[in-house]
Ligand binder design. Structure first.
Ligand code: ZN
Ligand code: ZN
Length: 346
């Protein structure tokens, strides 16, 4: 089977690897229909984080179940499914509490290779999310909407629920990547009436507005804090979605919230430590972490996509075939694409 592999920073390739197989009774093998490149893939693509040479890559896909292990009864061969990047067991304390991204039964054999023709998926019985019908029943745009439910839409939603966004809120969204843009969608879905998106790229500003942003701030740092103050009569936001992870972004997120606001963070922290004392003086709440993809897809997001209430698939601004993997990464690495789509099979 063909699978995208990381060669060295800046260099991707497609290799022919042995076809994925069921190894555990709880596994399924999926034939991938669509996959995509994630902003977090750029960390090792750019050489900022380390990754083993010749390792399969990707953690976002939709596909068809091809085979299942003996313990898998919720899905069967032929089913159309979302393959979340989280793959919780469904029965530990974390999964039961709705935090399947923090499943306590994680093992070392990480699932890799969503950007490929076939994928071995763990904990398939609980973690896979079944989509009604078959790919041919959906439009191209709907398939893209469904694909975002494997990560970015669920991660944006996790930022919003972590920040406790509720009807009537004024929300600030830090970050204009695919996750931040999905955070705008999530804030609107939860009833926010004013959504201030921090973005300095024209294409992303336009999409943020299409998704429901009412105001755009292009400034950063203290200038951004001042702008939020001007837009909110000095009050600050009720809730803040932090979808970047840099020290500056987290610091700004804390400053733009009103006293008592909650910051929901999904940007992977890029600094090991932070000073949390500044939270105390203004009663700022700080929570968030790895998204609850299976939980939120099942409870809210799949339904919202199927009903056409949200259109997160618009974050895919360029499309590629698997053999064009290098171009797909370059487009995102050079910010020519907001998110690169990979069309693998029909
Ligand atoms: Zn991702
Ligand atoms: Zn679990």
């Amino acid at each position: 089977m063909k699978t995208a592999v990381f060669i060295e920073p800046g260099k991707m390739s497609v290799q022919d690897l042995p076809k994925a197989q069921v190894k555990q009774p709880t596994d399924a093998v999926l034939k991938i229909v669509r996959a995509c490149v994630c902003g977090s893939d750029l960390w090792w693509y750019r050489g900022i984080s380390k990754r083993q040479a010749n390792s399969p890559v990707g953690h976002e896909a939709i596909g068809i179940v091809e085979s299942v292990g003996s313990a898998v009864t919720n899905v069967k061969p032929g089913d159309f499914v979302i393959a979340p990047f989280t793959h919780g067991c469904g029965h530990c304390a974390a999964c039961l509490a709705g935090f399947d991204g923090d499943c306590m039964n994680k093992t070392d054999d990480e699932i890799v290779g969503y950007q490929g023709e076939y994928l071995r998926f763990k904990n398939a019985n609980w973690a896979l999310v079944k989509i009604p019908g078959q790919p041919a029943d959906y439009t191209d745009a709907q398939l893209n909407d469904l694909l975002t439910l494997s990560d970015v839409m669920a991660t944006g939603y996790h930022a919003a629920t972590s920040a406790e966004v509720k009807a009537g809120d004024t929300v600030v969204v830090m970050g204009d990547g695919a996750v931040g843009l999905c955070g705008v969608i999530a804030a609107k879905l939860l009833g926010a009436t004013r959504i201030i998106a921090m973005s300095r790229h024209a294409d992303r500003q336009a999409l943020a507005k299409e998704f429901g942003a009412t105001d755009i701030i292009a400034e950063r740092g203290d200038e951004a804090v001042q702008k939020v103050g001007e837009l909110t009569a000095g009050a600050g936001a009720d809730a803040v979605l932090e979808c970047v992870g840099t020290e500056l972004s987290v610091d700004t997120a804390i400053k733009v919230g009103r006293p008592g606001a909650v910051v929901g963070r999904v940007g992977v922290p890029q600094k090991t430590e932070m000073n949390t004392n500044n939270l105390f003086w203004r009663n700022i709440g700080l929570r968030g972490g790895i998204a609850s993809v299976t939980t939120d897809d099942r409870q809210v997001l799949l339904d919202a996509v199927l009903k056409g209430e949200i259109h997160p698939g618009k974050v895919f601004t360029q499309r590629f075939e698997l053999d064009e993997i290098q171009a797909a990464y370059e487009a995102m690495g050079q910010r020519r694409a907001i998110k690169s789509l990979l069309v693998i099979s029909e």
